[in-house]
Design a protein around this ligand. Sequence first.
Ligand SMILES: [Ca+2]
Ligand SMILES: [Ca+2]
Length: 341
Amino acid sequence: MIKKFPLFTGLNPKRASILILTLWVLAFLGMFGLYLNQGIRQKLALVKNLSFRSNLHYIADAGVKRSIIQLVKDKTDFDCLNDVWSNNISVFEDMPVGLGKAVVYYEFTNPQGGKEERYGLIDEERKLNINTASRLNIENLIEVTTKIEEVQAQEIAAAIVDWRDADSELSIPLGSAEDSYYDSLEEPYNCKDDNFQVLEEVLLVKGMNDFIFERLKDFITIYGDGKVNINTAPLEVLMALEVDERIAEKLIEFRAGDDKTEGTSDDHFFQTIQEVVSELSAFANLSESEVACLERLVSLELITTSSMNYTVRVRAEIGQMSRKLVCVVNKKGRFVSWQEP
Ligand SMILES: [Ca+2]
Ligand SMILES: [Ca+2]
């Protein structure tokens, strides 16, 4: 059979066998080399990827730490939307770190109703605290933000209060929920009877769903002592506190200043809650009932002019690669929560 191949012509069978064996070994080594090369390439790519991820993590971490420095720099007792931590493009849009940069950003709804990216932190005190807010205030917020029926909003607000309160009594006779309702579900769980620890926990409450949560989530918080910062709260949260829509608009017009945009250098702000009525009266005509509404807000201690907790949303970037990080820090620079989506 060997004689059929010219290459082997003249070789004795033993030498021909050695040659064939050698060729097989060389072919095998060649294929093994290719296999090794491919494996090494994959491993190098993995190491490179891990290295990028690790670098992105450190860049995001640096973004958070630089944000805390801005917070600590703010020495005033009151907080408003043109503070150094808020809407500060020169500091937060492009923080160079190592091979990349950190961007500290949030979504802002402009006066025309459009969405735009702004750079800085979000104080949690501009939101309604669902661990402390009254049933009525929660109901108001649900109605304003979701436009669902009043009865449905009432029932969800009651279920939120019953979820967090220690007892097992229904806060309204029909429509709310305690253990008996959650026990009867196809996949039962207990009513918590304790404070919300993460915002998404509210999705476990009877009546809550993704549609409502998506519209509500930017206006509710689980951080802080429950007082709303009147310098930073949006219209929806002011209305949740039973501030008439027209008064809430006047408050925001006051804050926005001559350029009618919040978060700019000409903004007005309240240094203390005691000056809210006098300052707003000097800016806009207030009726007796409007003054009474604001005085009630002050006397019930529902509002403050300072904030303590801030959400830092960081996007770390190296070229086309990016990584996000969201955390909440307090004004003393301590971490309250940390989340890497
Ligand atoms: Ca309860
Ligand atoms: Ca302004």
